[in-house]
Design a protein around this ligand. Structure first.
Ligand SMILES: O=C(O)CCC(=O)C(=O)O
Ligand SMILES: [Fe+2]
Length: 317
C-alpha cells in the first residue's frame, strides 16, 4: 500500500464506523512519520484556486516589481526573498518565496505583503482562515487518538494566541539539479503544517530504510505534517520528520505552506498525560520564543533543534 494514499475526511462526522476508520488512518500515519495527505478536507476549492492564481500572478511579475515587496530585514523572513545557491555548499536552496504572517491579527504586517496583484491579500485571508479551521479539526482528531480531550493540542499550542504564516514557494527549473536542492532537509519547527503542492518534489526521510520517500501529488489534496512542538507536547510519541524538496531541471514547482506555531510567549511542555511517571518528561518546558532564538543562532540543518530541548540533552530517536 502506498504510504501516502490520501485520507478522505468527508466521513469524519458521519457514523461511528466511517469516522473511526478515518481516525485510525490518521493515527497510523502519525505513528509512522507524522506525514499524511487529506482529501475532501473542507477548504473550498474556490479558495485554493484563487490562492494559486494570485501566487502565479505574483511570480510572473518582473524582477523589479517582485523586489518592490521587501523582505523584513531584522528577521530575514516575511515578504519576498530569493534563495538560490547552486553549489556544493551545505546551505542548498533553489527557490523564491513570499512569506506572509496572518496570525496573530496584530502581527499582520501589511507592508511585507505583496501589493500586486491587488486581490492577493483577500485571497490569503480567505484561504488561511479555512486552513486554520482544518488545522483545528486535525488537531482534535490527533488529540483524541492520544486519549486527550479534542481541544488539548490546540490549547497546548497556545490557541487563540498562536502564529500562522503562509509561504508561497516557487522552485524554478535549476540548470544543475544534482548540485543543489529546492529546500534543504529540515523538520518544521511549529505545531502542524499544511501544504498544497502543485507538483511532486517533496520528500520525507524514512528513518527505517535510511532513504528519501517521494510524497506523490494528488489534485485537491493537502499534505499534513506533525511539526516539532507537537512532537514535544506528545513527549516524543508523534515525530516531526525531516523533509526536503529536490530541484528539477525541467519544470517549475510551486507549493503553499501554512505553518501553525505557538505564540512567542507561550509555554510549551510535554502533556503530563503522556509522560511516564517513572521516566519523566523527555523535554524541558520553554517559551516558544526561546525555540525561535535557538533556531536563528544554530542555523540547524538535519540535526534536530528539538534535541537541544531534551532533558539531559539525551538524543531521542
Ligand atoms: O515545498 C514544499 O512542498 C515543502 C516546503 C517546506 O517543507 C516548508 O516550507 O517547510
Ligand atoms: Fe517544511
Amino acid at each position: 500500500m502506498s504510504t501516502f494514499k490520501p485520507i478522505d475526511l468527508s466521513g469524519l462526522n458521519d457514523d461511528l464506523e466511517a469516522s473511526n476508520s478515518i481516525r485510525a488512518q490518521i493515527a497510523e500515519a502519525c505513528d509512522k512519520n507524522g506525514f499524511f495527505q487529506v482529501i475532501n478536507h473542507g477548504v473550498p476549492v474556490e479558495d485554493t484556486e484563487k490562492l494559486r492564481e494570485v501566487s502565479h500572478k505574483f511570480f510572473d511579475l518582473s524582477e523589479e516589481e517582485k523586489l518592490a515587496c521587501p523582505r523584513k530585514p531584522e528577521v530575514g523572513r516575511l515578504g519576498y526573498g530569493r534563495h538560490m545557491t547552486c553549489t556544493d555548499s551545505e546551505f542548498q536552496h533553489w527557490r523564491e518565496v513570499v512569506e506572509i504572517q496572518t496570525l496573530p491579527l496584530s502581527g499582520r504586517e501589511y507592508e511585507y505583503w505583496p501589493q500586486q496583484p491587488a486581490d492577493l491579500g483577500e485571497a490569503v485571508e480567505k484561504y488561511t482562515a479555512a486552513v486554520l479551521d482544518l488545522a483545528h479539526r486535525l488537531l482534535a482528531v490527533i488529540s483524541e487518538n492520544l486519549g486527550l480531550k479534542p481541544a488539548y493540542l490546540r490549547d497546548a499550542l497556545g490557541y487563540p494566541n498562536i502564529q500562522q504564516t503562509i509561504t508561497f514557494q516557487f522552485y524554478p527549473p535549476c540548470p544543475e539539479p544534482e548540485k543543489t536542492l529546492g529546500m534543504q532537509p529540515h523538520s518544521d519547527i511549529g505545531g502542524i503544517t499544511i501544504v498544497m503542492q502543485e507538483a511532486e518534489g517533496l520528500q520525507v526521510f524514512d528513518e527505517l530504510n535510511d532513504t528519501w520517500e517521494l510524497v506523490p501529488h494528488y489534485p485537491n489534496a493537502f499534505v499534513v505534517n506533525i511539526a516539532d512542538q507537537t512532537e514535544i507536547i506528545t513527549n516524543g510519541r508523534y515525530k516531526s520528520s525531516n523533509h526536503r524538496v529536490i530541484a528539477n531541471s525541467e519544470r517549475t514547482r510551486r507549493s503553499y505552506v501554512t505553518h501553525y506555531h505557538p505564540g512567542l510567549d507561550h509555554k510549551v511542555f510535554p502533556a503530563p498525560e503522556l509522560v511516564d511517571a517513572k521516566v519523566g518528561p523527555r523535554y524541558r518546558e520553554f517559551l516558544y520564543k526561546e525555540y525561535l532564538q535557538a533556531m536563528r543562532v544554530g542555523r540547524v540543518l538535519e540535526k534536530r533543534l528539538l534535541q537541544s530541548f531534551a532533558i539531559n540533552n539525551s538524543v531521542i530517536s
